[in-house]
Design a protein around this ligand. Structure first.
Ligand code: AMP
Length: 122
């Protein structure tokens, strides 16, 4: 399946500077910022700057440099925010079944409280 990127999504607007964000980290190819509706004491979103809809799109089509930068950016945010101490969860929702609201790849980093089991029953 070929992904069709919508450059009017809210994270594309953040990347263009049209909407403010609470930046945690910016690198050559990635941006990390705090979620506007945090679901845990720590809730940071990490996005690539490139036009990728979701994780598999990125993993299949991004350059090695983008993938390296993005993976390291997630690691740097984890280190900066000290999530190793109490544990954490990474989530990347995709598409309809994944209930993805914003169609630009993002990894949620959640920490700071017990996060419960991975999935609630539907
Ligand atoms: P998802 O359901 O995985 O697509 O999650 C999208 C996330 O983006 C949600 O947790 C929203 O709270 C968050 N979000 C939406 N708009 C903004 C914004 N302007 N700044 C920061 N986070 C946002």
């Amino acid at each position: 399946m070929a992904y069709d990127y919508d450059d009017q999504n809210i994270f594309a607007k953040i990347l263009r500077g049209e909407i403010p964000n609470d930046t945690v980290l910016e690198t050559d190819y990635s941006l990390a910022f705090r979620d506007i509706h945090p679901q845990a004491p720590l809730h940071v979103l990490v996005i690539p700057k490139g036009p990728y809809v979701c994780y598999d799109h990125f993993a299949q089509e991004a350059s090695d440099a983008e993938i390296l930068d993005y993976t390291r950016a997630i690691g740097k945010v984890c280190a900066l925010e000290g999530v190793e101490e109490g544990g954490f969860r990474l989530i990347s929702n995709a598409g309809e079944a994944g209930v993805q609201e914003v169609p630009h790849l993002h990894v949620h980093i959640l920490a700071g409280r017990p996060l419960g089991r991975m999935l609630a029953k539907a």
